[in-house]
Structures are given as structure tokens and as C-alpha cells.
Design a protein around this ligand. Structure first.
Ligand code: AP5
Ligand code: MG
Length: 221
């Protein structure tokens, strides 16, 4: 299974990625998590990326494409993988195609802008694993603490209201077009299947609907 999760900031990509990766036993490749790890390690890439991420803009296509190409050569990607937050521009989608990376399905999680600020301002994340919670919609068992490790949860730097608004604007200007990009491809042989899920439903309903469609795909391959 080679899958792409598409959707605006806060749509629930990271949340659903957990379920999908566990079910099909594939790694989650979150470019956002990779960049945040570089920021935490204080690498040159991390220093450059932090400024861009804090502004709600996109890191350059060259850097991202290089990171992803390298990542998918690792052994754990042999049975497949799930891209979370990649591709995010037409250039990234085209580079993926040009590299001969065949995608089985693109799962789009649709959520209107009005819901996003509330979701992201209440999000709490576990940096070590990428696990995400929400103070109201998906609280951890103990407030402020990761369920699995017991470590403290953080409020992401880019989850401030002004940055959230910029991230949404960036999504609409550069990423939303990818739905059309993949829809146009659908007519071609071997093109990825498009699966659209209403992301305003509960976390479990979104999970079940995506799973039903992906199970059919897994069964037919
Ligand atoms: P990235 O980390 O990918 O952030 P994003 O796309 O903005 O998405 P988020 O991680 O904020 O949201 P999500 O959809 O994963 O939602 P989540 O499951 O956490 O990227 C960060 C930055 O890195 C970018 O801005 C850019 O600068 C850079 N970057 C990354 N990739 C790049 C690329 N390819 N090219 C260039 N630059 C790149 O859920 C959100 C909250 O909602 C949580 O609290 C969750 O509990 C809650 N929630 C989830 N589902 C539901 C539901 N159904 N009902 C109620 N609440 C829900
Ligand atoms: Mg995420």
C-alpha cells in the first residue's frame, strides 16, 4: 500500500495516519514531523525550516523532495508507506510521479476553515512519536501527558492563531489544487484511487469510512 493523505492543516491527517499505518503495517512519512525533528536537533535544515514553519509558509520543494526520496529508500518502506503532508505542491506531486513512485490511493480529509482554528488551538502533541491529542475532542488519559510514554505534551509553535491563518492561506493557494491534480489523473491506467472523507465527523467515523474503502483496495491488489 502506497498512500497519500491530503487535507488542510488540522484536518486530522496525523490522527488518521496512526490507524491506517497500524492496520496495513506501513510507516507514516510525515514531512512536518521530519522537519520538526530537524528543528529539535538544531541542524542547518532545522534552523532554515523553523523560520518558514513559524510563518506558516512552505519549505522549498527541493529540500522536501530530497528528504522524501531518501526516506522511501529505507528498508521499512518496502511494503509501502503513507505520506502525511506530502505532496503539498504540484511540483512535489509531479516529482513523485517522475520518480516512478506509484501511489495506490489518495485519501482526502475535507474540513472547512471554520473548524480548523478550534482544532489546532486545542491540539497537544507528543514530539517524540508524533501522537496528537485534543483538549476536548481527543484528550489524553492524564491531562498534558502522553498516554504511552508519560512524557509531557506540547502546544506546537505554529498552532498560534495568526500562523494558523497563514497555513490555511498557504493550503488554499498551493495545496488544494492537488485534489484536482489527482482527479485529472484518475482516467489514466494505474492512477491512484481518490477517496474523499468528510473530516467533520467523529475521529472514529472518519477512521471507519477510510478503512472501508482502503480494505477494498487492499483486497483487490
Ligand atoms: P504539518 O506538520 O504537515 O502540518 P499541517 O499539514 O498543517 O497539518 P497538521 O499536522 O497541523 O494537522 P493534521 O491534519 O495532521 O491534524 P491532526 O491529526 O494533528 O506541516 C507543518 C509545517 O511544515 C508546514 O506548515 C510547512 O511549513 C512544513 N511542511 C511540512 N510538509 C511540507 C511539505 N511537503 N512541503 C513544504 N513544507 C512542508 O489533528 C488536529 C487536531 O484536531 C488534533 O488536536 C486532533 O486531536 C483533532 N482532531 C483530529 N480529527 C478530529 C475529528 N474528526 N474531530 C475532532 N477533532 C479532531
Ligand atoms: Mg499532522
Amino acid at each position: 500500500m502506497r498512500l497519500i493523505l491530503l487535507g488542510p492543516p488540522g484536518a486530522g491527517k496525523g490522527t488518521q495516519a496512526r490507524f491506517i499505518c497500524e492496520r496495513y503495517d506501513i510507516p507514516q512519512i510525515s514531512t512536518g514531523d521530519m522537519l520538526r525533528a530537524a528543528v529539535a536537533m538544531g541542524t542547518e535544515l532545522g534552523r532554515q525550516a523553523q523560520v518558514v514553519m513559524d510563518a506558516g509558509d512552505l519549505v522549498s520543494d527541493d529540500i522536501i523532495i530530497g528528504l522524501v526520496k531518501e526516506r522511501i529508500t529505507e528498508l521499512d518502506c518496502a511494503p509501502g508507506f503513507l505520506f502525511d503532508g506530502f505532496p503539498r505542491t504540484v511540483a512535489q506531486a509531479e516529482a513523485t510521479r517522475d520518480a516512478g513512485v506509484d501511489i495506490d490511493a489518495v485519501v482526502e480529509i475535507a474540513v472547512p476553515d471554520d473548524d480548523i482554528v478550534q482544532r489546532l488551538s486545542g491540539r497537544r502533541s507528543h514530539p517524540g512519536s508524533g501522537r496528537v491529542y485534543h483538549v476536548t475532542f481527543n484528550p489524553p488519559k492524564v491531562e498534558g501527558v502522553d498516554d504511552v510514554t508519560g512524557e509531557l505534551l506540547v502546544h506546537r509553535d505554529d498552532d498560534r492563531e495568526d500562523t494558523i491563518r497563514n497555513r490555511l492561506a498557504t493550503y488554499h493557494s498551493q495545496t488544494e489544487v492537488l485534489t484536482e491534480f489527482y482527479r485529472e489523473l484518475e482516467a489514466e491506467a494505474g492512477a491512484p484511487q481518490l477517496i474523499k472523507v468528510d473530516g467533520t465527523q467523529s475521529i472514529e467515523t472518519v477512521r471507519d469510512q477510510a478503512q472501508t474503502e482502503l480494505d477494498k483496495l487492499a483486497g483487490s491488489s
